[in-house]
Design a protein around this ligand. Structure first.
Ligand code: AQP
Length: 407
């Protein structure tokens, strides 16, 4: 297939253009042309990057590589957006981002509802929030088989005691009792595999994921010690852990001491990124408050007040002082409509884009296919090195032996 710009293996933007010509897409012409123009620019930039020798003045500096993801365990909510996806959007121009929809993690606590649909929906939400598929690799974890393979090999270098210390397992297992699965227990090893396969420079995480990423770093170091000692380089780089802004920890609307969560039973506890303006207003109206006079940040006796003010601050982009000036004298009846309006203004354009995207699932699939190809290439490269380190008889080894016999 040849695109408008003559590329024989057109990238995603070109494919969209071709698809548009075939009237298969409902993407507005302006958007397609903007994308296609950028594609022409990107194609030139990529060619320069691959043809210019490394270390010369013309070789562009390598962007730091980043890996992150969200589980498709339900609708993405305001916490996932502010704590994760928005930070990816902000960083995408400065990084080479691998952004997974981590569907294998979604089944650790039992069957996950409508997983296929939730995976497409999560990918569509990444795009609707502003992730550019030309810059970032968006893919579904379960499609890249190397995640599961590497997880097994990493399980064999991870001491059992390290996993026993994982707080998230203890919390989730408490709810599940005897039925808590091995998958839930070894979830952090899968997460380590997710990360280490792509050799990222850093991993952006919320406070809740800090322990898991620290574990991934420990696993990488232990693996390198066991299998790479005496070699000229380590198989895994030990990624830096970068905390996202603490203000982005969003708590539940019905309890300011627990985090907003996809899987919480009460839908009123969260603002879904797919909620309509009416639903958002209703949820904010019903959100838990207190009977103190005025509004304030940071009072430990008022977690709901701190949470709602923090959300207001983040979605309006105001400083803490500006929010204090504007809101400290207000009562809940005055503040809640302000907050609801600010949320609607921030979220509704994303919801509208999301709904448009979901009308064209073939486009979401194009993005995921493209992401699969890129992610798989990188993942297999790392996995092959691991297999060599470990000493497996690989297909490559066998072919070499066969070749010798034929000669
Ligand atoms: N409430 C939150 N505030 C800020 N950041 C949050 N994240 C999740 N909830 C909040 C961030 O979103 C990213 C992806 O999370 P995940 O889907 O992999 O798992 P999670 O943290 O367990 O999210 P949920 O919504 O609570 O899912 P369930 O209910 O399925 O367990 C992470 O970067 C996380 O920090």
């Amino acid at each position: 297939m040849r695109c408008w710009f003559g590329h024989t293996s057109p990238n995603l933007a070109c494919r969209m253009t071709v698809a548009f010509c075939g009237a298969l897409h409902r993407v507005p012409l302006g958007a397609v042309l903007r994308r296609a123009n950028r594609c022409r620019f990107l194609a030139t930039a990529t060619e320069t990057a691959t043809t210019a020798p490394r270390g010369t003045a013309s070789a562009p500096p390598r962007l730091p590589r980043v890996l992150s993801g969200v589980q498709p365990t339900g609708n993405l909510h305001l916490g996932n957006y502010l704590g994760a996806v928005q930070t990816w959007v902000e960083a995408q121009e400065r990084t080479e981002s691998y952004l997974a929809v981590v569907d294998m993690h979604a089944v650790t606590t039992g069957p996950s509802k409508a997983l296929r649909q939730a995976t497409l929906s999560a990918a569509a939400m990444y795009l609707a929030c502003g992730i550019d598929p030309e810059r970032c690799v968006i893919f579904a974890q379960s499609q890249v088989g190397a995640h599961a393979e590497l997880m097994w090999l990493l399980s064999c270098v991870t001491p059992h005691g390290w996993l026993n210390r994982m707080i998230q397992f203890k919390e989730k297992a408490k709810k599940q009792g005897e039925t808590a699965s091995m998958g839930l227990f070894s979830y952090p090893v899968l997460q380590a595999a997710d990360v280490l396969l792509y050799r990222p420079d850093y991993v952006p995480v919320g406070e809740d994921q800090r322990q898991h990423i620290e574990l991934a770093r420990d696993i990488a170091k232990r693996y390198n010690d066991l299998y790479c000692a005496g070699k000229d380089r380590n198989t895994f780089n030990v990624p830096e852990l970068r905390m996202t802004k603490s203000s982005a920890r969003v708590m539940a609307l019905d309890d300011g001491t627990t985090k907003m969560s996809k899987s919480a039973e009460n839908d009123g506890s969260r603002i879904n990124m797919t909620d309509t303006p009416d639903v958002i207003s209703r949820k904010i109206k019903r959100s838990k408050t207190d009977s103190f006079v005025g509004l304030e940040f940071g009072n430990p006796q008022r977690p709901e007040c701190d949470n709602l003010l923090s959300i207001y601050q983040v979605v309006t982009g105001k400083t803490k002082d500006e929010v204090v000036d504007e809101c400290s004298h207000l009562n809940w009846g005055k503040f809640k409509p302000l907050l609801a309006d600010a949320l609607v203004e921030h979220i509704d354009p994303i919801r509208c884009r999301y709904e448009e995207l979901m009308k064209d699932k073939a486009y979401i699939v194009d993005v995921l296919m493209d992401g699969y190809e890129k992610a798989n290439l990188q993942a297999i490269r790392t996995l092959d090195r691991v297999k060599k380190d470990v000493g497996f008889l690989t297909l490559g080894d066998m072919r070499k032996i066969q070749k010798k016999r034929k000669v």
